[in-house]
Design a binder for this molecule. Structure first.
Ligand code: SAH
Ligand code: SF4
Ligand code: F3S
Length: 443
């Protein structure tokens, strides 16, 4: 069977698609690049906001057309939206043959074979499934995504994830070290540890600080990142591990969501603004120059103008490097779904636009501070816009673009920053062609 996988949603979904690809390949199935060449297409979907689901429903329309030309085509929906809508999807979309939730991927080859005969739904959440023993088929590159934890137990009142991915489970440390060692052996130079509240990872006696130290010690891995930590689990131990591990990068994505204590309580985030600021202060004291990015939701039910102003103020106070900014979207199953919406779409839009403007101004300021300084860039490859340019990330996770100096992907280059926008740093390589590189990796 030839399978085409299409991925929506967050990095965990990207990692899950690599997991599915590994499962399918071991079962002798072939992965193809174009849906037209496939016997089965699987959409790995997201349910976090309504527009995420709307996009997928639109895409299913395209596959309905493809199915007219090829009636044997199997169309499957996997991931969070599959779990969220379950059987309803099969009823609503006649084009569908398979609905499989995030805990059903181990049986994917078998499910696909069955779906060739009749519609199949596999949407039982499994408290124990971690896929810890399964090797993903990683997309080539310098960065390997390593899922260290599945599910979420936080139950923020707006969020569908605890319902789509079930209870929090951590993968065992030896499985994770094995995965990272194999990734390093295959040429990956950076690992990104993934979990919905990744810093609450715990297995046996080990906590997330131990996991960071173990990742830091994997031979061949030059950089360790992680996403997303929950502010309430950002313990002094974790901050200390970040500060002392040379290969753990000085960047934290720390979702604030709102700057108003009243809204934070309504969201059940379990921290106050002051507690969040305290974590930020600890990070900045322990890790000089640490970059901090965030997530914000505007227009949560009951958010007043004063609450929103508190968010702007907190955003300025932290001076975030960057942020993902969202309009609140009511999700069925969640506790906030039952709250009456008090902020109109129009007003949410106004608040979002103003916040984006603030963020762009702050990001430009942060990036200007890099002018004239030298950054270490892990080269990822040619710039998408210009073939004569290389791009990569600085230690702080800033995108850096510089003239091609012949550095291969996977090398650490020293680059002087000569220009900056809100989104990108523009640099010049200090490693003259033929000069001794900072670190050189064969192949
Ligand atoms: N586990 C991560 C976030 C996962 S979802 C964490 O807690 O940090 C990514 C982001 O989507 C969240 O941080 C939040 O800002 C946003 N989000 C989640 N549910 C949402 C909803 N119902 N409406 C709008 N944004 C939402
Ligand atoms: Fe959702 Fe909150 Fe869990 Fe993040 S911590 S996935 S926002 S419930
Ligand atoms: Fe990720 Fe979307 Fe699911 S953000 S966890 S794919 S709901």
């Amino acid at each position: 069977m030839r399978v085409f996988l299409e991925t929506y949603g967050c990095q965990m979904n990207v990692a899950d698609s690599e997991l599915m690809a590994g499962v399918l390949q071991r079962a002798g199935m072939e992965l193809v690049e174009r849906p037209e060449d496939a016997d089965a297409v699987i959409l790995n979907t997201c349910a976090i906001r309504e527009n995420a689901e709307r996009r997928v429903l639109g895409r299913l329309g395209d596959y309905a057309h493809l199915k007219l030309a090829n009636p044997a085509l199997i169309v499957g929906v996997a991931g969070c939206m599959a779990q969220h809508l379950r059987g309803k999807l099969l009823e609503r979309k006649r084009v569908l043959d398979l609905v499989v939730g995030p805990d059903g991927y181990r049986a994917l080859p078998e499910l696909l074979r069955r779906a060739a005969g009749e519609p199949v739904a596999a949407v039982r959440l499994d408290r124990d499934e971690t896929y810890g023993d399964l090797e993903p088929r990683r997309e080539p590159g310098v960065r390997a995504w390593v899922t260290v934890q599945r599910g979420c137990d936080k139950f923020c009142t707006y969020c569908v994830v605890p319902f789509t991915r079930g209870r929090e489970r951590s993968l065992p440390l030896p499985d994770l070290v094995g995965q990272m060692e194999r990734a390093a052996a295959r040429g990956f130079r950076e690992v990104v540890l993934l979990g919905q509240t990744v810093n609450s990872w715990r297995h046996g006696e080990s906590d997330f600080a131990d996991l960071l130290r173990a990742a830091n010690d994997v031979d061949g891995i030059l950089r360790v990142r992680f996403t997303s930590p929950h502010p309430a689990d950002m313990t002094p131990r974790v901050i200390e591990a970040m500060a002392t591990c040379e290969r753990v990068m000085p960047h934290v994505h720390l979702p604030l969501q709102s700057g108003s204590d009243r809204v934070l309580e309504g969201m059940h985030r379990t921290y106050t603004r002051a507690q969040f600021m305290d974590v930020v202060a600890q990070l900045r004291a322990a890790i000089p120059g640490v970059a901090i990015s965030t997530d914000i939701i505007v227009g949560f039910p009951g958010e007043t103008e004063a609450d929103y102003q508190a968010t702007l103020e907190a955003y300025r106070e932290v001076h975030f490097d960057s942020g993902f900014l969202f309009k609140y979207s009511a999700r069925p199953d969640t506790r906030a779904f039952r709250l009456p919406e008090t902020v109109s779409e129009e007003e949410k839009g106004r608040r979002l636009t103003e916040l984006i403007d603030l963020q762009m101004a702050l990001s430009a300021e942060v990036n200007d501070r890099w002018l004239g300084r030298t950054v270490e860039v892990l080269v990822e490859g040619g710039s998408r816009r210009d073939g004569a340019q290389l791009h990569g990330k600085s230690r702080e996770f800033k995108t850096v673009v510089f003239a091609d100096d012949g550095s291969p992907a996977g090398r650490l280059a020293r680059v002087r920053v000569v220009g900056a926008t809100a989104i990108t740093l523009i640099g010049e390589s200090l490693d003259a062609p033929g000069a001794q590189p900072l670190v050189s990796i064969g192949g």
